[in-house]
Design a protein around this ligand. Sequence first.
Ligand code: SAM
Length: 190
Amino acid sequence: MSPERYQRIRSVLDKRQTDLTVCLENVHKPHNVSAVVRTCDAVGIHRVHTVWEKKYQFRGGTAMGSQDWVRQTNHDNIGSAMDTLKAQNMQVLVTHLSDSAIDFRDVDYTKPTAILFGQEKYGATDEAIGLADQDIVIPMMGMVQSLNVSVAAALVLYEAQRQRTIAGMYNNQQLPEEECQALAFQNGYP
Ligand code: SAM
């Protein structure tokens, strides 16, 4: 690996936000999962959480596009995913079209935050909604009721990125050095 390539990798890893994450609950179409993971990489998310219940028959395996650079943790059920996220003191936001949901732009994403996105057809489960700290919604003004899940993820994550950029959160390395080295090694360094 050339020194330039290593520098490029380091500059990416140095911006990773370990306290911002996404949880995909039964999002099962591989192209949607790949698109969300790609956006996570672009925004600087280090780890994505997934829950795939058998009935949704996720067919994508681990082929999630940017998986070389974004770590993935799969959970057996939403309860276990929520326990993990809350143990990290994250505020858990669920994207959900409901009357109690607040506008996604009215949230402080500089706090440790996990954002949950629901299944393509049915949305987030009642269990996830009940366990989350807050529902958030992307206002809809047209005839369609909802956005594609990967589009919704991009909008929310780029608002988080905007706030974190203003707060200077991309200027300080968050990822432990061993993890930076492990990712660089896994991707061909030295
Ligand atoms: N009928 C489902 C429902 O009522 O939740 C629609 C699911 S939507 C196609 C799939 C996922 O995209 C949702 O679970 C949510 O994560 C996200 N999503 C789509 N449009 C959204 C919006 N306007 N506000 C918040 N989340 C949205």
